[in-house]
Ligand binder design. Structure first.
Ligand code: CTP
Length: 432
């Protein structure tokens, strides 16, 4: 045990959290159980980084203890008996609670089999030394650091180190986790850890598509995902996930811009996947989709990416009118278009896509079907053609008000009556 982190806790945690931790440690002791702060929160406390939530492990029954804490501290316990975990919810914040456990893996990539265990065994099952420390909350030893695996020296040396050579085999998601922490904390992979990682990137094949996708999503949610991806490319990790993936320069800029767009969280993640897939050929996109087991909607957008890339030369033609741009790009989802726009350098095809996204896409005629019926157009294909022709007139800037649209429709109706070429007489909307 390393002494003396009680003061550290006092200096880093709010009085409200300190009060909770002291009382929780006392209540656990009253039940004959030892309670610890563990994992990322200990790492971040020692690094002086901000703490967002409290992770606690008890040598005992986490669910029973959570209920008791909730009762005594006027909180609420949410329990997950299947996982032996619970959340104690207080006013505006919460603490996660788990029973100390050991884990064994039936085969590489299997989900672990879990058995109740001591805190020492619980720490031994963890991914990296810096994540395998605990702070004791028992009243007599409150604040003492339990550092069995040398996490504290590794924090000082700024190293990400696995606990044992089989770690990546047990759980290959740790390959991506290691890179995520390395770049987030500005650490280095310890040399043996790096060598094992390079050697064992194939172990990623043991991870299901859903888990792998989740790990990539966690990377995209980091402050600088591009750094993690660049490192993953260098170490052969991206290629081991799916062939053709790259984490180089252009992606850096594209991801930065994607984040600045401030799309809703789910869309930003999807945009990141589209950008990652941008350099892939059609066959590579198919294996990427299979490997990461994307939901149908995302798969559709990923496939559309190749079709849109194939259209780029025609979008760069000098005679692209707004109407032609509209008809070329209308079949694509805004997210696919945004991804391609972000991937392209300044210039013409990008200009067309941006024009469509920022202006043309949201244009629609002032008049609708009811208005046209009131003006004497009978329901049917002709009415549809007129609405399309109105939209095109608006795209071309020929009309910009309701009155101008009404005048145009009247003109078409008169021409139609006198046999002229209007949309109602087979006069098609402008060419695509
Ligand atoms: N853990 C692990 N192996 C994994 C996932 C998690 O050993 N594959 C352990 C680590 O000790 C980690 C803890 O479980 O610290 C909690 O996991 P998680 O919430 O993913 O990480 P945090 O350390 O809390 O990190 P973050 O700051 O990203 O939330």
């Amino acid at each position: 045990m390393v002494q003396g982190s009680a003061l550290l806790l006092e200096s880093r945690l709010s009085p409200m959290w300190m009060d909770f931790l002291r009382r929780a440690g006392g209540i656990a002791q009253g039940r004959g159980e030892a309670l610890y702060l563990v994992g990322g929160v200990v790492r971040d406390l020692l690094l002086g980084r901000g703490i967002v939530d409290l992770d606690l492990v008890v040598e005992g029954d986490a669910i029973a203890l959570a209920r008791r804490l909730a009762q005594e501290l006027a909180g609420k316990a949410r329990t997950h008996p299947r996982f032996g975990t619970a959340k104690v919810e207080m006013a505006g914040w919460s603490a996660d609670l788990a029973s100390a456990r050991s884990e064994t893996y039936a085969h590489p990539g299997a989900l672990p089999q879990v058995t109740p265990a001591s805190i020492a065994e619980d720490l031994a099952r963890r991914d990296f030394t810096v994540n395998a420390m605990a702070i004791c909350l028992e009243p007599a030893h409150f604040g003492q650091l339990l550092d069995i695996h040398g996490g504290f020296p590794d924090l000082k040396a700024r190293l990400i180190r696995i606990l044992h050579p089989g770690s990546f085999m047990d759980d290959a998601t740790r390959i991506l986790r290691a890179l995520r922490y390395e770049q987030r904390l500005d650490f280095q992979l310890e040399s043996e850890t790096e060598a094992l990682m390079r050697w064992q990137t194939k172990m990623l094949d043991t991870i299901s598509g859903d888990r792998l996708r989740h790990e990539l999503e966690l990377i995209f949610q980091e402050e600088y995902p591009e750094k993690v991806l660049a490192r993953a490319e260098k170490l052969g990790v991206l290629a081991a996930i799916s062939s053709g993936l790259r984490g180089d320069g252009w992606l850096t800029e594209a991801l930065r811009c994607a984040r600045r767009l401030g799309e809703p969280r789910g869309s930003t993640l999807e945009l990141c996947f589209l950008l990652l897939a941008y350099p892939l050929g059609e066959a590579q996109v198919e294996s990427f989709i299979r490997r990461l087991h994307f939901p149908a909607q995302v798969s559709r957008n990923l496939r559309a990416l190749s079709r849109l890339k194939a259209l780029l030369p025609s979008l760069a033609a000098p005679d692209m009118s707004p109407v032609r741009i509209y008809h070329h790009l209308h079949p694509f989802s805004p997210l696919t278009l945004r991804a391609v726009s972000l991937a392209l350098g300044p210039g013409m095809p990008k200009g067309c896509i941006d024009l469509y996204l920022d202006r043309l896409r949201s244009l629609s005629p002032f008049l609708d079907g009811d208005d046209l019926r009131r003006m004497g157009v009978s329901p049917g294909p002709r009415l549809g053609r007129m609405l399309r022709a109105l939209l095109e007139a608006k795209l071309e800037g020929k009309v910009s008000s309701r009155e101008e649209e009404q005048a145009l429709v009247k003109e078409w109706l008169e021409k139609g009556a006198s046999g002229g070429a209007a949309p109602g007489r087979g006069g098609k909307p402008a060419s695509r």
